[in-house]
Write a new protein. Structure first.
Length: 285
């Protein structure tokens, strides 16, 4: 057991674990709403929509996170504009901009012959290279996400259950939707440093889906999702260290596996509980 946990004695692995834990908290909070509202496609589009901004920022020598934020915000605004002026459905608008952003990002990357290493980090993350400044930024983002989720909780619930009723109650569903999109953008931009733009959706969805099997109250789902996400980061780092695999991809894969394992365990416990109840009824009848 000692040799298994040896990686966590290394400073950069400890920092990676802390970075991943903060990402897990952010994605646990935001991912719960993504799952409840069926906004997974939007989350994936945001993740891919960051690629052009990150690529341009890297070429210009400015912080990639700034390019990611600008690009993701542009994606969000573009989706809204297409829906309002182009009279297109949400999924059609997202699909168009999703492909356009991904293609533009690849064009920018392919135009630079010295971009191969940076492209790998952008697409699949480099959590082992996380700096103290990354940890600080993620801590700030986690606090912002928690505050916004707490303040907007009532409006988010009302919009999720019945947007028309939310309008009648004066909860401004359109503003609530904008805030949710903003939270998704914030989570995606913050998490890409750890698992990359292509894998960020795994951390956003996997723990939230897994947690949804064990709780019904939204705050409880968020808390369990954060715990599962943190565990996925720890297990993913250990597997990556001992098996020599890519850390970000391994973490994202473990997060998705956690959802499958959670579903299997829940089904097993449910069937066992049903069997015990059936046996009790037979004995008492």
């Amino acid at each position: 057991m000692s040799s298994l946990l040896d990686p966590f004695t290394v400073v950069f692995v400890q920092r990676a674990l802390l970075t991943g834990a903060l990402v897990a908290v952010i994605c646990g909070v935001v991912g719960t709403w993504v799952v409840l509202r069926g906004m997974a496609f939007l989350g994936e589009a945001m993740a891919h929509g960051m690629l052009p901004g990150i690529a341009v920022a890297t070429l210009l020598g400015i912080p990639p996170v700034l390019g990611a934020a600008v690009s993701a915000a542009g994606m969000s605004l573009g989706i809204g504009a297409l829906q309002r002026r182009g009279r297109l459905s949400a999924d059609t608008s997202i699909g168009l901009l999703f492909v356009a952003s991904l293609a533009l990002g690849v064009i920018v990357i392919s135009a630079s012959r010295s971009f191969a290493t940076d492209a790998t980090a952008i697409l699949f993350g480099d959590i082992l290279a996380a700096a103290p400044s990354n940890v600080l930024m993620l801590a700030i983002v986690a606090v912002v996400a928690l505050v916004v989720a707490a303040l907007g909780h009532r409006s988010f619930v009302a919009v999720t259950v019945d947007p028309r009723q939310a309008q009648l109650l004066g909860l401004r569903p359109q503003i609530a939707h904008v805030l949710l999109v903003g939270l998704i953008t914030l989570a995606v931009v913050a998490a890409y440093q750890a698992v990359g733009s292509l894998l960020v959706v795994g951390m956003l969805l996997g723990p939230a889906v897994a947690a949804g099997r064990w709780a019904t109250r939204i705050p409880s789902i968020m808390a369990i999702a954060a715990v599962i996400g943190t565990a996925s980061v720890a297990v993913g780092l250990l597997i990556s260290w001992h098996a020599g695999t890519a850390a970000g991809a391994t973490i994202a894969f473990v997060a998705i596996v956690a959802a499958a394992v959670s579903a299997a365990l829940h089904g097993l416990f449910s069937a066992h509980g049903a069997g015990r109840r059936h046996a009790l009824i037979e004995r008492t009848s």
